[in-house]
Design a protein around this ligand. Structure first.
Ligand SMILES: *Cc1c(COP(=O)(O)O)cnc(C)c1O
Length: 374
């Protein structure tokens, strides 16, 4: 992978994150939104998004201007009708955000919660669905970026589909790296964005919707104009253009980053690189005395949550500044139960970046402990 290492600041965050030079260079042009060249970029983008999850025959890709949350909200607004009811499985902040979205849309929902360190329990899900016939959809987060938890996508989706319910997945921090095969699993909607495992710049989210779900949309009941994915899809299908002003440079960058994903060998190879990043990080941090919040068995190699050191009082804000001066941006914790901080393993980064990061941490922690540790 050709990472450009010249004078860059390394973002160890879940996004915006460190991007490749080619992705940023793809933005150095002024396209008109109706130019043929731009229309064909949009077409390529939509096709490439489908191939990432093996969905070309079964689904449609609908990109939307905005951050990831916009398109999560748009997906619920478009698919959930006034008579529907969503079972929302939550074990972190992004599950809670789905609950808040559906509540604000005024649609019926039931939350089913687990603690932040526990994955979704499929048996419990099965019992809950079996007991409530009014549940029309099940919604959950694939990789809970709050902690780095990997929820069992295939099992959860299979149970819901087995009961004939729709499935909406927030795959924001897994799409492009963790295996998702929609040809084997007829999920209703998979939602993600440009600036996580696709390693592009922020500004676009997208929903991959099953063709049956598109056919079943009741447009009159969609309570929003700008978040109406059905209308957005019709725009693309009629003339290849975006309904409202597209972020043209961001569209070009995301398309380039999808070409780069292909060149790397697709999600399988990207996943392996993230695993190597994560292992380098975990080993190094554990040698410095840091402990991880999650059990290894449920940890995705996407973002790692670390607990504070026990022997010294490392204040996050100071740690952040010390590491920032050394060229690295880390991320605050998001757990509700305890202090923590997070390190992203995704982006245009390789294990040697994490070796360098560990060296920076060793310096900072060593100073705090009174002597550099070796
Ligand atoms: C990043 C993320 C989102 C969307 O966040 P935005 O700030 O709106 O881009 C949603 N869900 C998960 C799991 C995420 O990691």
């Amino acid at each position: 992978m050709a990472a450009d290492l010249t004078g860059r600041h390394v973002l160890l965050t879940p996004g915006p994150l460190t991007t490749q030079l080619r992705t940023r260079q793809a933005m150095l042009k002024d396209w008109g939104s109706r130019d043929n060249a731009f229309v064909s970029i949009t077409t390529e983008l939509r096709q490439r998004l489908l191939s990432v999850v093996n969905a070309s025959a079964t689904h449609v890709a609908i990109p939307l201007q905005g951050s990831g949350t916009f398109v999560v909200e748009a997906t619920f607004a478009t698919l959930i009708k006034p008579d529907d009811k969503v079972l929302i499985l939550s074990n972190g902040a992004y599950g809670e955000r789905m609950i808040e979205i559906v509540r604000r849309l005024g649609r019926a929902f039931v939350p089913l919660r687990w603690p932040e360190h526990q994955p979704i329990d499929v048996m419990k899900l099965n019992r809950t669905i079996a007991q409530d016939r009014t549940i029309s959809h099940v919604a959950f987060v694939h990789c809970e970026t709050t902690s780095g938890m990997l929820n069992p996508l295939e099992q959860v989706a299979s149970v819901a589909i087995g009961h004939g319910r729709g499935v909406i997945v927030d795959a924001m921090s897994s799409f492009g790296a963790l295996p998702i095969d929609l040809s084997a699993l007829p999920i209703t909607a998979i939602v993600a964005s440009s600036n996580k495992c696709l390693e592009s710049v922020p500004g676009i989210g997208f929903s991959i919707l099953h063709k049956n779900a598109i056919a079943a949309v009741d447009q009159k009941s969609i309570p929003s104009l700008s978040l109406d994915l059905y209308d957005q899809w019709r725009g693309f299908e009629s003339n290849g253009q975006w309904r409202f002003t597209p972020p043209v440079q961001v569209v070009a960058a995301l398309t380039e980053s999808l070409r780069l994903l292909d060149e790397e060998g697709g999600p399988t190879e990207r996943f392996k690189r993230y695993q190597r990043n994560f292992l380098t990080l975990r080993t190094g941090m554990e040698q410095l005395g840091f402990r991880m919040f999650l059990d290894a068995a449920v940890q995705a190699p996407i973002i790692a949550t670390f607990l504070p050191l026990e022997d010294i009082n490392l204040i996050f804000e100071e740690f952040w500044i010390d590491l920032h001066e050394r060229g690295f941006s880390i991320y605050p914790g998001k757990l509700t139960t305890r202090d923590s901080f997070r390190i992203g393993c995704i982006g245009a980064l390789v294990p040697s970046d994490f070796d360098a990061f560990i060296e920076a941490c060793r310096e900072v922690v060593g100073v705090k402990r009174g002597a550099p540790i070796r």
